[in-house]
Design a protein around this ligand. Structure first.
Ligand SMILES: [Zn+2]
Length: 57
């Protein structure tokens, strides 16, 4: 099943929801840096090694 990804137009990281991608973009253009709190949600950072298994919190 294809997953719709939303890219931050500034840093190029991808997110699975447009809201987070928009938040990342606004943070990027404002601070000229990425927010760790936001980029940790990107598919590049959270790409699971095996399957899409939700991590227990
Ligand atoms: Zn960004």
């Amino acid at each position: 099943m294809a997953e719709t990804l939303y890219a931050c137009a500034d840093c190029g990281l991808h997110y699975t929801d447009a809201q987070t991608a928009d938040a990342c973009y606004r943070y990027c253009v404002t601070h000229h840096a990425c927010s760790m709190e936001i980029t940790r949600h990107s598919v590049e950072r959270r790409r699971p090694p095996q399957a899409m298994t939700p991590e227990p919190r």
